[in-house]
Design a protein. Structure first.
Ligand code: SAM
Length: 284
C-alpha cells in the first residue's frame, strides 16, 4: 500500500510580543516531526518559552532551493513538517514560496496556520482605507530604482504597504515626498507589539520634516502605509483662479462663475462652489 504523505504546516509566529501565537500553532509545533526554520536561534527561543522540544532544520533564502528537495522527500515519507520564519507569517517577504509550490506539484497538503503579520497589523491600525491595498515589500535600496518604483506607483489608487528599514526611512520619505507630493497621507508603524511601539498618522511632508534631522525617533522595524492616489476633481488650475480673481472684483459671484465658465470651458457650478467656499474661508 502507498504510504500516506505528511503535511506541510505554514505556522505564523510572533513579530515582537511572544504572546502573539495561537493555541493551534503551539499544538501543531508539539505534534509535528520537524520544524523548517529561517532562523535557528529565534525559533529555539520560541520553543523554549513554550517548553516544546523539536528538531529544527535550517531553511533560509540561501539554502531554500537545496533544502526544498530534502523537505519534499521527508514529506513524501509521511513526516509532518512546520515551516516557520524569523517572525510573522512565512513567505510574506520571507522564504517558502518555492517549497510550497513544490508541495502542490507533488500533491502534498499545505496547511496555513494564521497569525501575526507586520503588514496586516500595521494596515489594521493605520487609519488609511484597508478595503483595497497592495503590498510592495521593501523599496529598492538604490535611489534610482527606488524613485522608479515610486513613480510607477504614483497613480495607484489602492493603499500601498511597504516594509522599511530604520537606516533608509529618511531617504525614502524624501523620495515619496518628491514623487507623491506633500499631501499624501501616511502611517508609520514602528516596533509593532514591542515596548517602543509607535503608530503615527500624518502627511508625507510633515513626516519628512519631523524625521529629516532626527534619525533616533525612527529606530526599529517599520511598516509604511501610504494612502492611494485620489484625483482632486475640485482643484481649480491657477490660470482659472486668476480669471476668477479679476472678474470677482467687478462682478457678482454668480456672473464671475458664469463668464469664467465660458472662457475656460469648465462647469459653472464648480466655479461658483469654489467662490462661495473661498468667500467663507476669507471671512474667518
Ligand atoms: N514575514 C514577516 C511578516 O509576516 O510580517 C515579514 C518579514 S520581513 C523580512 C521583515 C520586515 O517586516 C521588517 O524589516 C519590517 O519592515 C517588518 N516588520 C517585522 N516585524 C515588525 C514589527 N514588529 N514592527 C514593524 N515592522 C515589522
Amino acid at each position: 500500500m502507498k504510504k500516506k504523505y505528511g503535511n506541510l504546516f505554514i505556522v505564523a509566529t510572533p513579530i515582537g510580543n511572544m504572546d502573539d501565537i495561537t493555541y493551534r500553532a503551539l499544538n501543531t509545533l508539539k505534534k509535528i516531526d520537524y520544524i523548517a526554520a529561517e532562523n535557528y536561534k529565534h525559533t529555539l527561543k520560541l520553543l523554549n518559552k513554550y517548553n516544546i522540544n523539536k528538531s529544527i532544520t535550517s531553511f533560509h533564502q540561501h539554502n531554500e532551493l537545496k533544502n526544498t528537495k530534502k523537505i519534499i522527500k521527508k514529506l513524501k515519507k509521511g513526516k509532518n513538517i512546520a515551516l516557520v520564519s524569523d517572525a510573522g507569517t512565512p513567505t510574506i517577504n520571507d522564504p517558502g514560496f518555492y517549497l510550497i509550490r513544490e508541495c502542490h506539484l507533488n500533491k502534498i497538503k499545505v496547511i496555513p496556520l494564521p497569525g501575526a503579520c507586520a503588514a496586516i497589523s500595521a494596515l489594521s491600525a493605520s487609519g488609511i482605507p484597508s478595503n483595497k491595498f497592495c503590498f510592495e515589500g521593501f523599496l529598492p535600496s538604490k535611489k534610482i530604482k527606488r524613485c522608479k518604483t515610486l513613480k510607477k506607483l504614483k497613480f495607484e489608487k489602492r493603499t500601498i504597504i511597504f516594509y522599511e528599514t530604520s537606516h533608509r526611512i529618511q531617504k525614502s520619505l524624501k523620495n515619496i515626498l518628491k514623487e507623491f507630493g506633500p499631501n499624501r497621507k501616511i502611517t508609520i508603524a514602528r516596533e509593532i507589539t514591542k515596548y517602543w511601539e509607535s503608530i503615527k498618522y500624518n502627511t508625507v511632508y510633515n513626516f519628512f520634516n519631523k524625521y529629516k534631522n532626527n534619525s533616533l525617533i525612527c529606530k526599529g522595524e517599520i511598516v509604511l502605509i501610504i494612502s492611494g492616489y485620489k484625483k482632486n476633481k475640485k482643484s481649480i488650475p491657477i490660470k482659472i483662479k486668476k480669471t476668477l480673481s479679476i472678474l470677482k472684483s467687478i462682478l457678482s459671484l454668480k456672473k464671475t462663475a458664469l463668464i469664467t465658465s465660458k472662457i475656460h470651458n469648465i462647469k459653472k457650478n464648480i466655479l461658483y462652489k469654489y467662490l462661495i467656499k473661498k468667500k467663507n474661508n476669507d471671512k474667518i
